[in-house]
Design a binder for this molecule. Structure first.
Ligand SMILES: Cc1ncc(COP(=O)(O)O)c(C=O)c1O
Length: 469
Protein backbone atom coordinates (compact mmCIF):
# COMPACT_ATOMS: atom_id res chain seq x y z
CA UNK A 1 0.00 0.00 0.00
CA UNK A 2 1.20 3.49 -0.79
CA UNK A 3 0.37 6.54 1.28
CA UNK A 4 -2.12 7.36 -1.47
CA UNK A 5 -4.42 4.61 -0.26
CA UNK A 6 -3.93 5.07 3.47
CA UNK A 7 -5.57 7.43 5.90
CA UNK A 8 -3.77 9.52 8.45
CA UNK A 9 -3.99 7.42 11.61
CA UNK A 10 -3.97 10.07 14.26
CA UNK A 11 -4.44 13.17 12.16
CA UNK A 12 -1.08 14.46 13.44
CA UNK A 13 0.32 15.42 10.03
CA UNK A 14 -1.08 18.92 10.04
CA UNK A 15 -2.46 19.86 6.62
CA UNK A 16 -1.20 16.71 4.93
CA UNK A 17 -4.59 15.69 3.54
CA UNK A 18 -5.41 19.11 2.15
CA UNK A 19 -2.05 19.29 0.41
CA UNK A 20 -2.58 15.86 -1.13
CA UNK A 21 -5.90 16.58 -2.77
CA UNK A 22 -5.04 20.10 -3.92
CA UNK A 23 -1.85 18.98 -5.60
CA UNK A 24 -3.45 16.04 -7.34
CA UNK A 25 -6.47 18.06 -8.49
CA UNK A 26 -4.18 20.16 -10.66
CA UNK A 27 -3.11 17.21 -12.80
CA UNK A 28 -6.49 16.45 -14.41
CA UNK A 29 -8.72 19.00 -16.15
CA UNK A 30 -11.41 20.09 -13.69
CA UNK A 31 -15.00 19.00 -14.23
CA UNK A 32 -17.04 21.99 -15.35
CA UNK A 33 -20.35 22.80 -13.66
CA UNK A 34 -21.99 23.18 -17.06
CA UNK A 35 -20.46 20.09 -18.60
CA UNK A 36 -22.38 17.71 -20.81
CA UNK A 37 -25.18 20.08 -21.78
CA UNK A 38 -26.81 19.74 -18.36
CA UNK A 39 -27.75 23.29 -17.45
CA UNK A 40 -27.54 25.36 -14.31
CA UNK A 41 -30.28 27.68 -12.97
CA UNK A 42 -29.87 30.30 -15.69
CA UNK A 43 -30.63 27.82 -18.45
CA UNK A 44 -33.63 26.30 -16.68
CA UNK A 45 -36.03 29.29 -16.67
CA UNK A 46 -36.20 29.37 -12.90
CA UNK A 47 -37.45 32.18 -10.66
CA UNK A 48 -34.94 31.47 -7.89
CA UNK A 49 -31.17 31.52 -8.39
CA UNK A 50 -30.07 28.22 -6.91
CA UNK A 51 -26.58 28.58 -8.39
CA UNK A 52 -25.79 31.33 -5.89
CA UNK A 53 -22.84 30.30 -3.72
CA UNK A 54 -24.07 30.85 -0.18
CA UNK A 55 -21.53 30.74 2.65
CA UNK A 56 -22.58 28.52 5.56
CA UNK A 57 -19.22 28.38 7.32
CA UNK A 58 -19.03 29.79 10.83
CA UNK A 59 -22.63 29.35 11.97
CA UNK A 60 -22.20 26.10 13.88
CA UNK A 61 -24.02 23.82 11.45
CA UNK A 62 -23.29 20.10 11.43
CA UNK A 63 -22.71 19.74 7.71
CA UNK A 64 -19.93 22.32 7.35
CA UNK A 65 -18.63 23.41 10.73
CA UNK A 66 -18.94 20.28 12.85
CA UNK A 67 -17.65 18.00 10.13
CA UNK A 68 -14.62 20.24 9.57
CA UNK A 69 -13.96 20.29 13.30
CA UNK A 70 -14.22 16.51 13.38
CA UNK A 71 -11.71 15.98 10.58
CA UNK A 72 -9.30 18.83 11.43
CA UNK A 73 -6.56 19.39 10.38
CA UNK A 74 -7.95 17.94 7.15
CA UNK A 75 -10.22 20.30 5.30
CA UNK A 76 -13.63 19.18 4.10
CA UNK A 77 -13.96 21.37 1.06
CA UNK A 78 -17.31 19.96 -0.06
CA UNK A 79 -19.37 18.35 2.71
CA UNK A 80 -22.11 16.12 1.26
CA UNK A 81 -23.03 14.06 4.30
CA UNK A 82 -25.61 15.59 6.63
CA UNK A 83 -29.02 15.79 4.92
CA UNK A 84 -29.61 19.52 4.68
CA UNK A 85 -29.15 21.93 1.77
CA UNK A 86 -26.70 24.73 1.01
CA UNK A 87 -29.11 27.18 -0.63
CA UNK A 88 -30.24 30.57 0.70
CA UNK A 89 -33.64 30.27 2.39
CA UNK A 90 -36.65 31.21 0.28
CA UNK A 91 -36.79 35.04 0.61
CA UNK A 92 -40.46 35.15 1.65
CA UNK A 93 -39.54 33.16 4.77
CA UNK A 94 -36.81 35.61 5.73
CA UNK A 95 -39.19 38.52 5.16
CA UNK A 96 -41.87 36.97 7.39
CA UNK A 97 -39.38 36.24 10.16
CA UNK A 98 -37.86 39.74 9.99
CA UNK A 99 -41.31 41.26 10.27
CA UNK A 100 -42.10 39.15 13.33
CA UNK A 101 -38.75 40.06 14.94
CA UNK A 102 -39.83 43.69 14.95
CA UNK A 103 -42.47 42.79 17.50
CA UNK A 104 -40.10 42.40 20.40
CA UNK A 105 -42.05 40.04 22.60
CA UNK A 106 -41.89 36.25 22.65
CA UNK A 107 -44.59 35.17 25.08
CA UNK A 108 -46.87 32.18 24.50
CA UNK A 109 -48.32 32.30 21.03
CA UNK A 110 -50.83 30.15 19.16
CA UNK A 111 -49.79 28.63 15.83
CA UNK A 112 -50.59 30.88 12.82
CA UNK A 113 -54.37 30.64 12.32
CA UNK A 114 -54.05 29.44 8.73
CA UNK A 115 -51.29 26.87 9.43
CA UNK A 116 -53.57 23.84 9.05
CA UNK A 117 -55.20 25.39 5.97
CA UNK A 118 -51.79 25.69 4.37
CA UNK A 119 -50.80 22.14 5.28
CA UNK A 120 -54.04 20.90 3.75
CA UNK A 121 -53.72 23.05 0.61
CA UNK A 122 -50.11 22.00 0.00
CA UNK A 123 -50.91 18.31 0.18
CA UNK A 124 -54.10 18.64 -1.84
CA UNK A 125 -52.65 20.78 -4.62
CA UNK A 126 -49.41 18.88 -5.05
CA UNK A 127 -50.46 15.31 -4.25
CA UNK A 128 -54.25 15.29 -4.35
CA UNK A 129 -54.10 14.13 -0.76
CA UNK A 130 -56.96 15.09 1.57
CA UNK A 131 -55.23 15.47 4.90
CA UNK A 132 -57.71 14.98 7.75
CA UNK A 133 -57.71 18.37 9.49
CA UNK A 134 -58.98 17.12 12.85
CA UNK A 135 -56.01 14.84 13.43
CA UNK A 136 -53.15 17.15 12.41
CA UNK A 137 -50.75 17.31 15.34
CA UNK A 138 -47.48 19.13 15.83
CA UNK A 139 -44.17 17.46 16.54
CA UNK A 140 -40.70 18.81 17.20
CA UNK A 141 -39.45 16.91 14.18
CA UNK A 142 -40.53 13.87 12.21
CA UNK A 143 -38.42 11.63 14.45
CA UNK A 144 -40.06 13.13 17.52
CA UNK A 145 -43.46 12.22 16.07
CA UNK A 146 -42.36 8.70 15.13
CA UNK A 147 -41.05 8.23 18.67
CA UNK A 148 -44.35 9.36 20.10
CA UNK A 149 -46.23 6.79 18.00
CA UNK A 150 -43.78 3.97 18.79
CA UNK A 151 -44.20 4.70 22.48
CA UNK A 152 -47.99 4.81 22.28
CA UNK A 153 -48.39 1.57 20.37
CA UNK A 154 -45.47 -0.35 21.82
CA UNK A 155 -43.38 -1.05 24.89
CA UNK A 156 -39.72 -1.70 25.60
CA UNK A 157 -38.58 -4.95 24.02
CA UNK A 158 -40.97 -4.71 21.04
CA UNK A 159 -39.67 -5.45 17.56
CA UNK A 160 -39.92 -2.56 15.08
CA UNK A 161 -39.44 -3.20 11.37
CA UNK A 162 -37.46 -0.92 9.08
CA UNK A 163 -36.51 -1.60 5.49
CA UNK A 164 -32.79 -1.51 4.89
CA UNK A 165 -30.61 0.08 3.70
CA UNK A 166 -32.61 2.57 5.76
CA UNK A 167 -32.28 5.96 7.44
CA UNK A 168 -29.64 5.65 10.18
CA UNK A 169 -31.53 7.61 12.86
CA UNK A 170 -34.38 5.08 12.84
CA UNK A 171 -31.99 2.71 14.59
CA UNK A 172 -31.26 5.36 17.22
CA UNK A 173 -34.84 6.26 18.10
CA UNK A 174 -35.94 2.63 18.27
CA UNK A 175 -32.98 1.93 20.51
CA UNK A 176 -33.87 5.01 22.56
CA UNK A 177 -37.28 3.49 23.29
CA UNK A 178 -35.53 0.29 24.40
CA UNK A 179 -37.16 -1.49 21.47
CA UNK A 180 -35.47 -3.79 18.97
CA UNK A 181 -34.83 -2.84 15.34
CA UNK A 182 -35.73 -5.63 12.96
CA UNK A 183 -34.22 -5.15 9.52
CA UNK A 184 -36.22 -6.14 6.46
CA UNK A 185 -33.48 -5.94 3.80
CA UNK A 186 -34.55 -4.84 0.36
CA UNK A 187 -33.56 -6.66 -2.81
CA UNK A 188 -31.71 -4.90 -5.61
CA UNK A 189 -33.36 -6.02 -8.84
CA UNK A 190 -32.22 -4.59 -12.18
CA UNK A 191 -30.72 -1.58 -10.45
CA UNK A 192 -33.83 -0.71 -8.39
CA UNK A 193 -34.45 -1.63 -4.77
CA UNK A 194 -37.60 -3.66 -4.09
CA UNK A 195 -39.28 -4.65 -0.86
CA UNK A 196 -38.78 -8.25 0.24
CA UNK A 197 -42.26 -9.17 1.43
CA UNK A 198 -41.44 -12.81 2.16
CA UNK A 199 -38.75 -11.71 4.55
CA UNK A 200 -41.16 -9.14 6.00
CA UNK A 201 -43.67 -11.89 6.84
CA UNK A 202 -41.02 -13.76 8.80
CA UNK A 203 -40.47 -10.74 11.05
CA UNK A 204 -44.17 -10.29 11.52
CA UNK A 205 -44.52 -13.98 12.42
CA UNK A 206 -41.77 -13.40 14.96
CA UNK A 207 -43.92 -10.76 16.65
CA UNK A 208 -43.18 -7.33 15.10
CA UNK A 209 -46.28 -5.09 15.16
CA UNK A 210 -45.01 -1.70 13.94
CA UNK A 211 -43.25 -0.83 10.68
CA UNK A 212 -41.61 2.46 9.77
CA UNK A 213 -42.12 3.07 6.07
CA UNK A 214 -39.86 5.63 4.43
CA UNK A 215 -41.45 7.11 1.29
CA UNK A 216 -39.49 8.40 -0.62
CA UNK A 217 -36.89 6.11 0.85
CA UNK A 218 -33.70 7.45 2.42
CA UNK A 219 -31.04 6.45 1.28
CA UNK A 220 -31.96 4.46 -1.85
CA UNK A 221 -34.30 7.13 -3.22
CA UNK A 222 -37.29 4.86 -3.98
CA UNK A 223 -40.65 6.54 -4.54
CA UNK A 224 -42.81 3.53 -3.77
CA UNK A 225 -45.59 2.87 -6.27
CA UNK A 226 -49.25 2.45 -5.26
CA UNK A 227 -48.95 -1.24 -6.13
CA UNK A 228 -45.88 -1.73 -3.95
CA UNK A 229 -47.50 0.15 -1.09
CA UNK A 230 -50.72 -1.87 -1.32
CA UNK A 231 -48.85 -5.17 -1.26
CA UNK A 232 -47.00 -4.03 1.84
CA UNK A 233 -50.16 -2.58 3.37
CA UNK A 234 -52.18 -5.76 2.81
CA UNK A 235 -49.67 -7.81 4.76
CA UNK A 236 -49.62 -5.22 7.54
CA UNK A 237 -53.42 -5.05 7.78
CA UNK A 238 -53.82 -8.84 7.76
CA UNK A 239 -51.34 -9.13 10.59
CA UNK A 240 -52.29 -6.11 12.66
CA UNK A 241 -49.03 -4.26 11.97
CA UNK A 242 -49.20 -0.48 12.25
CA UNK A 243 -47.63 1.48 9.37
CA UNK A 244 -45.80 4.67 10.34
CA UNK A 245 -45.21 6.49 7.05
CA UNK A 246 -42.28 8.90 7.24
CA UNK A 247 -42.82 11.03 4.13
CA UNK A 248 -40.46 13.88 5.01
CA UNK A 249 -38.77 13.67 1.59
CA UNK A 250 -42.02 13.77 -0.39
CA UNK A 251 -41.35 17.13 -2.05
CA UNK A 252 -38.16 15.88 -3.73
CA UNK A 253 -39.16 13.82 -6.71
CA UNK A 254 -37.09 13.56 -9.86
CA UNK A 255 -38.71 14.14 -13.22
CA UNK A 256 -39.23 10.52 -14.20
CA UNK A 257 -40.74 9.52 -10.84
CA UNK A 258 -43.93 10.00 -8.84
CA UNK A 259 -44.55 10.17 -5.12
CA UNK A 260 -47.65 8.35 -3.91
CA UNK A 261 -48.69 9.23 -0.34
CA UNK A 262 -49.30 6.00 1.57
CA UNK A 263 -52.58 7.29 2.97
CA UNK A 264 -54.01 7.82 -0.53
CA UNK A 265 -53.86 4.21 -1.72
CA UNK A 266 -57.15 3.24 -0.06
CA UNK A 267 -59.19 3.84 3.05
CA UNK A 268 -58.25 0.66 4.85
CA UNK A 269 -54.55 1.51 4.43
CA UNK A 270 -55.07 5.07 5.61
CA UNK A 271 -56.95 3.80 8.65
CA UNK A 272 -54.02 1.61 9.66
CA UNK A 273 -51.34 4.28 9.41
CA UNK A 274 -49.87 7.56 10.48
CA UNK A 275 -48.15 9.99 8.09
CA UNK A 276 -45.39 12.36 9.18
CA UNK A 277 -44.16 15.35 7.19
CA UNK A 278 -42.55 18.74 7.58
CA UNK A 279 -41.13 21.69 5.70
CA UNK A 280 -37.73 21.00 7.25
CA UNK A 281 -36.28 19.09 4.29
CA UNK A 282 -38.30 20.77 1.53
CA UNK A 283 -37.40 24.33 2.58
CA UNK A 284 -34.28 23.51 4.57
CA UNK A 285 -35.72 24.55 7.94
CA UNK A 286 -34.42 21.64 10.02
CA UNK A 287 -33.09 23.79 12.86
CA UNK A 288 -36.60 25.17 13.46
CA UNK A 289 -37.72 21.81 14.88
CA UNK A 290 -41.21 21.96 13.43
CA UNK A 291 -43.09 19.06 11.87
CA UNK A 292 -46.57 17.55 11.78
CA UNK A 293 -48.35 14.25 11.63
CA UNK A 294 -51.86 13.04 10.98
CA UNK A 295 -53.93 9.89 10.57
CA UNK A 296 -57.29 9.11 9.04
CA UNK A 297 -57.87 7.02 12.13
CA UNK A 298 -59.05 9.49 14.77
CA UNK A 299 -58.92 6.84 17.49
CA UNK A 300 -55.27 6.17 16.74
CA UNK A 301 -54.42 9.84 16.95
CA UNK A 302 -56.46 10.23 20.13
CA UNK A 303 -54.32 7.51 21.68
CA UNK A 304 -51.10 9.26 20.65
CA UNK A 305 -52.31 12.55 22.09
CA UNK A 306 -53.20 10.85 25.36
CA UNK A 307 -50.37 8.36 25.70
CA UNK A 308 -47.46 9.66 23.61
CA UNK A 309 -45.78 12.96 24.29
CA UNK A 310 -47.74 15.29 22.08
CA UNK A 311 -47.02 19.00 21.60
CA UNK A 312 -49.61 21.66 21.01
CA UNK A 313 -47.21 24.59 21.10
CA UNK A 314 -43.99 24.56 19.12
CA UNK A 315 -41.32 27.17 18.60
CA UNK A 316 -43.31 29.99 17.02
CA UNK A 317 -40.49 30.95 14.67
CA UNK A 318 -40.58 27.45 13.20
CA UNK A 319 -44.34 27.51 12.79
CA UNK A 320 -44.22 30.89 11.08
CA UNK A 321 -41.47 29.75 8.70
CA UNK A 322 -43.32 26.51 7.89
CA UNK A 323 -46.56 28.38 7.33
CA UNK A 324 -44.90 30.87 5.00
CA UNK A 325 -43.16 28.06 3.13
CA UNK A 326 -46.41 26.26 2.40
CA UNK A 327 -48.26 29.47 1.63
CA UNK A 328 -45.73 30.89 -0.84
CA UNK A 329 -43.41 28.02 -1.72
CA UNK A 330 -44.93 26.24 -4.72
CA UNK A 331 -42.71 27.87 -7.35
CA UNK A 332 -39.64 27.63 -5.13
CA UNK A 333 -40.25 23.89 -4.68
CA UNK A 334 -40.78 23.43 -8.43
CA UNK A 335 -37.48 25.19 -9.10
CA UNK A 336 -35.78 23.11 -6.44
CA UNK A 337 -37.02 19.89 -8.00
CA UNK A 338 -35.82 20.97 -11.43
CA UNK A 339 -32.42 21.91 -10.05
CA UNK A 340 -31.94 18.72 -8.06
CA UNK A 341 -33.15 16.54 -10.91
CA UNK A 342 -30.52 18.18 -13.04
CA UNK A 343 -27.87 17.67 -10.33
CA UNK A 344 -28.72 13.97 -10.35
CA UNK A 345 -28.40 13.78 -14.14
CA UNK A 346 -25.11 15.64 -13.99
CA UNK A 347 -23.83 13.21 -11.38
CA UNK A 348 -24.90 10.17 -13.41
CA UNK A 349 -23.25 11.45 -16.59
CA UNK A 350 -20.05 12.62 -14.92
CA UNK A 351 -19.53 9.40 -13.01
CA UNK A 352 -20.16 7.30 -16.12
CA UNK A 353 -17.76 9.36 -18.22
CA UNK A 354 -15.01 10.11 -15.74
CA UNK A 355 -15.23 8.10 -12.53
CA UNK A 356 -16.10 4.51 -13.45
CA UNK A 357 -15.20 3.22 -9.98
CA UNK A 358 -18.42 4.81 -8.68
CA UNK A 359 -21.71 3.76 -10.25
CA UNK A 360 -25.03 5.54 -10.06
CA UNK A 361 -28.35 5.71 -11.89
CA UNK A 362 -30.58 8.77 -11.39
CA UNK A 363 -32.77 7.99 -8.39
CA UNK A 364 -36.50 8.68 -7.90
CA UNK A 365 -36.98 10.75 -4.75
CA UNK A 366 -35.05 12.56 -1.95
CA UNK A 367 -31.96 14.68 -2.71
CA UNK A 368 -29.69 11.81 -1.74
CA UNK A 369 -27.72 9.73 -4.22
CA UNK A 370 -26.94 6.14 -3.27
CA UNK A 371 -23.64 5.39 -4.92
CA UNK A 372 -22.29 1.95 -5.73
CA UNK A 373 -18.68 2.29 -4.59
CA UNK A 374 -17.75 -1.40 -4.57
CA UNK A 375 -14.96 -0.93 -7.14
CA UNK A 376 -13.49 1.93 -5.11
CA UNK A 377 -13.61 -0.09 -1.89
CA UNK A 378 -11.80 -2.89 -3.61
CA UNK A 379 -9.22 -0.56 -5.18
CA UNK A 380 -8.46 0.80 -1.71
CA UNK A 381 -8.55 -2.66 -0.14
CA UNK A 382 -10.87 -0.95 2.33
CA UNK A 383 -11.91 -3.99 4.36
CA UNK A 384 -8.30 -4.96 5.13
CA UNK A 385 -7.26 -1.37 5.76
CA UNK A 386 -10.17 -0.85 8.15
CA UNK A 387 -9.21 -3.98 10.06
CA UNK A 388 -5.60 -2.80 10.36
CA UNK A 389 -6.79 0.60 11.47
CA UNK A 390 -9.10 -0.96 14.07
CA UNK A 391 -6.25 -3.03 15.50
CA UNK A 392 -4.18 0.16 15.73
CA UNK A 393 -7.08 2.02 17.39
CA UNK A 394 -7.50 -0.68 20.03
CA UNK A 395 -3.77 -0.84 20.75
CA UNK A 396 -3.42 2.93 20.96
CA UNK A 397 -6.80 3.61 22.53
CA UNK A 398 -7.88 5.98 19.75
CA UNK A 399 -11.21 7.25 21.02
CA UNK A 400 -14.27 8.91 19.45
CA UNK A 401 -17.03 10.85 21.16
CA UNK A 402 -20.62 10.60 19.94
CA UNK A 403 -23.29 13.35 19.82
CA UNK A 404 -24.20 12.66 23.44
CA UNK A 405 -20.62 12.91 24.68
CA UNK A 406 -20.15 9.16 25.13
CA UNK A 407 -16.60 7.97 24.37
CA UNK A 408 -15.67 4.66 22.76
CA UNK A 409 -12.73 3.18 20.88
CA UNK A 410 -12.92 4.28 17.28
CA UNK A 411 -14.15 1.51 14.98
CA UNK A 412 -14.14 1.71 11.19
CA UNK A 413 -16.15 -0.37 8.75
CA UNK A 414 -14.85 -0.61 5.19
CA UNK A 415 -17.14 2.26 4.19
CA UNK A 416 -15.93 4.41 7.08
CA UNK A 417 -12.41 3.85 5.82
CA UNK A 418 -13.37 5.15 2.38
CA UNK A 419 -15.28 8.01 3.99
CA UNK A 420 -12.10 9.10 5.79
CA UNK A 421 -9.96 8.47 2.73
CA UNK A 422 -12.19 10.75 0.66
CA UNK A 423 -11.93 13.52 3.23
CA UNK A 424 -8.16 13.30 3.31
CA UNK A 425 -7.50 12.77 -0.38
CA UNK A 426 -10.41 14.60 -2.02
CA UNK A 427 -11.69 17.02 0.65
CA UNK A 428 -15.18 15.56 0.18
CA UNK A 429 -17.41 14.07 2.86
CA UNK A 430 -19.99 11.44 1.91
CA UNK A 431 -21.49 8.82 4.22
CA UNK A 432 -20.48 5.17 4.52
CA UNK A 433 -23.20 2.73 3.49
CA UNK A 434 -22.84 0.66 6.64
CA UNK A 435 -24.57 3.46 8.60
CA UNK A 436 -27.81 2.42 6.89
CA UNK A 437 -27.90 -1.20 7.99
CA UNK A 438 -27.89 -4.43 6.03
CA UNK A 439 -27.00 -4.10 2.36
CA UNK A 440 -25.07 -0.89 2.96
CA UNK A 441 -21.52 -2.20 2.56
CA UNK A 442 -20.08 -1.13 -0.79
CA UNK A 443 -22.40 1.90 -1.06
CA UNK A 444 -22.09 5.51 0.02
CA UNK A 445 -24.66 8.28 0.33
CA UNK A 446 -24.01 11.62 -1.34
CA UNK A 447 -26.19 14.67 -0.60
CA UNK A 448 -27.00 16.55 -3.83
CA UNK A 449 -28.65 19.51 -2.04
CA UNK A 450 -25.92 21.88 -3.11
CA UNK A 451 -24.91 24.07 -6.03
CA UNK A 452 -23.80 22.58 -9.32
CA UNK A 453 -20.48 24.30 -8.85
CA UNK A 454 -19.86 22.50 -5.55
CA UNK A 455 -21.01 19.20 -6.99
CA UNK A 456 -18.62 19.59 -9.92
CA UNK A 457 -15.80 20.54 -7.52
CA UNK A 458 -16.46 17.46 -5.40
CA UNK A 459 -16.42 15.20 -8.44
CA UNK A 460 -13.21 16.78 -9.75
CA UNK A 461 -11.54 16.20 -6.43
CA UNK A 462 -12.74 12.60 -6.23
CA UNK A 463 -11.64 11.91 -9.81
CA UNK A 464 -8.15 13.23 -9.09
CA UNK A 465 -7.86 11.35 -5.82
CA UNK A 466 -8.77 8.06 -7.47
CA UNK A 467 -6.47 8.70 -10.42
CA UNK A 468 -3.62 9.13 -7.95
CA UNK A 469 -4.11 5.77 -6.20
C1 LIG B 1 -36.30 9.82 6.39
C2 LIG B 1 -36.03 10.87 7.41
N1 LIG B 1 -36.84 11.01 8.46
C3 LIG B 1 -36.62 11.94 9.40
C4 LIG B 1 -35.54 12.77 9.34
C5 LIG B 1 -35.28 13.76 10.43
O1 LIG B 1 -36.37 14.58 10.56
P1 LIG B 1 -36.52 15.58 11.77
O2 LIG B 1 -35.29 16.41 11.83
O3 LIG B 1 -37.76 16.35 11.41
O4 LIG B 1 -36.72 14.74 12.99
C6 LIG B 1 -34.65 12.66 8.26
C7 LIG B 1 -33.46 13.53 8.16
O5 LIG B 1 -32.57 13.31 7.42
C8 LIG B 1 -34.91 11.70 7.27
O6 LIG B 1 -34.11 11.53 6.22
Amino acid sequence: MTNKTTIDRRFFMKGAGAATFMASAASIPAISASAGGIGQSSSMSMSYDLDEEYNRIGFGNFKWDMINAQYAPHKVEVPMGVADMDFRTMPQITTALKKRLKHENWGYEAPPPDYKDNIIAWNKERYNHDVPRATIQNCLGVLDGVTSILRTFGKPGDKIIIQTPGYSAFFLIIDGERMETVENPMKLINGRYEMDLDDLKKHIDAGARQLILCNPHNPTGNCWTADELRKLGDICIENDVLVIADEIHCDFVNKHAKYTPYATIGEKYAMNSFTLKSTSKSFNLASHRTAYMFSDNTDYMKRVVEEGHQRFLLNYVGLLAANTAYRHGAKYMDDMQTYLDSNAKFLEKTLAERIPDIKYKVHEGTYLAWLDCKALLSKLDAQKMAEEQNAYNIENKVMVTDFFGVESIKHLDAGDYVQEWLVEHAGVNINAGEHYGKGGTGYMRMNLGTTRHKLAKALSNIESAIANI
